[in-house]
Design a protein around this ligand. Structure first.
Ligand SMILES: [Zn+2]
Length: 581
């Protein structure tokens, strides 16, 4: 067995895909929200039997290697490496340390993580900072928290001693240069508590450092490097992704300490952006695991603005959003330190977005003045108009009427008279319609049936005129099937694969899955009916085309001999038509 087969044998497609998106059983297959397009369906079908996962709405997917390539945006060797590690399969010819520049930075970061952690363990007075903030020894170790001494060359000397080159350390963002003129380098992180940042694959990609005592900046992050792109990373996701999936909810908090405190308290489905406002890419990343998010940002005015922006982004990404209000306006970290129960209660009491908007706008304007009331309504009514249900609209209007002391009937009037553009288009309706848009041809559907029910091929062989439909792209499959069938009087899919080139082999499962996807729980009997239908549709199309071509030829025939010949052919076709339809 080669290592690819070994990995395939150890990791099922459902396991690999299931580690990125939530899958639910659907017959003999599983389904989940497609991570490759803006899906609301779920459209992504995983077939453990066929070993593939595929979305027929955006036509993306494949086996475990292809899937990892697509979702991690890596090349084939890197996908193999990721899966080999997961399956505990060693790939002898593969040297990770030489793999690429990015991994080099990751390795150097890993060495630095160890260095900073050792510094912390050997200086109790600094470890006390974390302990005083309520973290346990276990937590300090789990999150690999560290301490950067007040030294200009502590880390630099350490890394050079273990064999790294100064230039590489610089480009990993661990050193600073004195100035453009003075190229001498020194440690970037000095006199700081260190929070190592990992990507969701557990690679050490960067650092956040909090100043010890007073000083600026309070938090310093790694610059963007080959390994670290702050707009792509969610702090905590490497430790929390399983919990996010399990709870079907991701809680967004503001800082490193908030994430760590939440995890320690058992609320592990918590993440934070690091050194940036929430980005679309981060939402896409989290949407692989859940469509449900809750924001627990500060309630000060900057925090409210951040929440509002985040809500707008998340709404565009079609996620379900709730807002967690931390009691007494505290950070999650402080709240948990006081009482973890208080935090869990706040999570449970998370409110819909509309409630957030109401309290947000009431803080900005004076509800007791006429102008204030106007401003508040100008902001809220268009948002309420966007809700489709009158019950929901009514509930919010009641709240506003109470807060503003305005007759709710007047609010209904205003709402009815309000004309607004819908801010987003409704999601596409169902798979079948998407498929029609994508326009799989009849020939492709019939191919799917043949691959899904190879035993029924004789129907095709007996009834499909010429057995080879005209549609380009599918011809090679029909030819391969016919060749195998003529040889063995049966369609063996492995034998068909032998007749195809590398790229087309994988399509056999995809076509078969297409049928599985559209006709779940289809009996062989219904399949037979459907196959006959497709055969007659294809026959009709092909005959019509042949006839059109003949008529054209007859019109432009050069002499009566040729014309007679063509007319005879036309009669044959007409006979054929009456015979089969
Ligand atoms: Zn898709």
């Amino acid at each position: 067995m080669n290592h690819l087969e070994e990995i395939r044998a150890k990791l099922g497609i459902e396991e690999v895909v299931g580690s990125y998106i939530q899958l639910k059983k659907a017959g003999r297959n599983l389904k989940g929200i497609c991570p490759f397009h803006n899906d609301t369906k779920p459209s992504f079908t995983v077939s453990p039997e066929k070993g593939i996962g595929y979305c027929f709405a955006c036509n993306t997917g494949g086996d475990i290697f292809k899937f990892v390539q697509l979702i991690e945006n890596v090349d084939f060797p890197e996908a193999v490496r990721i899966l080999a590690q997961r399956a505990n399969v060693s790939i002898p010819e593969f040297k990770p340390e030489a793999h690429n520049q990015r991994m080099k930075v990751v390795e150097m970061n890993s060495s630095s993580v160890k260095y900073f952690a050792e510094q912390l363990q050997s200086s109790p007075e600094h470890k006390k900072y974390f302990l005083d903030r309520g973290l346990t020894e276990d937590t300090i170790r789990k999150f690999k928290l560290g301490y950067a001494p007040d030294s200009y060359n502590g880390l630099k000397d350490h890394l050079i001693n273990i064999g790294y080159r100064e230039n590489d350390i610089l480009s990993a963002g661990l050193l600073n240069q004195r100035s453009i003129a003075d190229k001498n380098t020194y440690d970037r992180f000095r006199n700081r508590y260190i929070f190592p940042i990992f990507d969701h694959q557990d690679n050490a990609i960067g650092f956040g450092g909090r100043i010890i005592g007073d000083g600026e900046p309070k938090y310093l992050n790694s610059p963007d490097t080959l390994a670290y792109n702050k707009s792509l990373v969610l702090y905590g996701l490497n430790w929390g992704k399983d919990a996010v999936k399990k709870e079907d909810l991701a809680i967004f908090v503001e800082g490193y300490m908030d994430v760590i405190a939440c995890h320690q308290a058992g609320c592990k489905n918590t993440v934070a952006t690091s050194g940036t406002a929430l980005t679309v890419q981060q939402l896409k990343l989290i949407k692989r695991y859940t469509p449900n998010i809750a924001f627990a940002f500060d309630q000060d005015s900057a925090g409210l603005e951040a929440t509002k922006r985040s809500i707008e982004l998340a709404q565009e990404a079609e996620m379900n959003i709730k807002i967690i209000t931390v009691p007494e306006g505290k950070d999650p970290d402080e709240c948990i330190k006081k009482s973890p129960d208080m935090w869990f209660e706040a999570v449970k009491q998370a409110t819909p977005v509309m409630d957030f908007y109401i309290s947000y706008i009431l803080r900005l304007h004076d509800k007791n003045t006429l102008d204030g009331k106007k401003e508040i309504l100008n902001f809220l009514l268009p948002i309420i108009k966007n809700y489709n249900s009158e019950v929901e609209q009514g509930a919010y209007l009641d709240k506003i009427s109470l807060a503003l002391r305005v007759d709710v009937k007047l609010l209904w009037n205003d709402l009815k008279n309000l004309t607004i553009k819908k801010s987003y288009s409704p999601p596409t309706t169902n798979t079948q319609e998407v498929l029609l848009k994508k326009a799989y041809s009849r020939e492709e559907f019939l191919l799917g049936f043949i691959f899904q029910y190879p035993d029924l091929y004789k129907l095709v062989d007996e009834n499909l005129i010429d057995s080879v439909p005209l549609e380009t792209g599918t011809e090679k499959f029909y030819k391969a099937i016919k060749k195998v069938y003529n040889r063995a009087s049966a369609v063996d899919l492995d034998a068909v694969k032998e007749e195809l080139d590398e790229e087309d082999r994988g399509k056999i499962e995809v076509y078969a899955l297409l049928i599985d996807d559209i006709y779940p729980d289809f009996s062989e009997e219904s399949a037979e009916k459907e196959i006959k239908l497709f055969i007659s549709l294809i026959n009709k199309k092909n005959i019509d085309n042949a006839e059109k071509e003949l008529i054209f030829k007859i019109r432009s025939a050069k002499d009566s001999g040729e014309s007679t010949l063509l007319l005879n052919q036309q009669i044959q076709i007409s006979k054929l038509k009456t015979k089969i339809f």
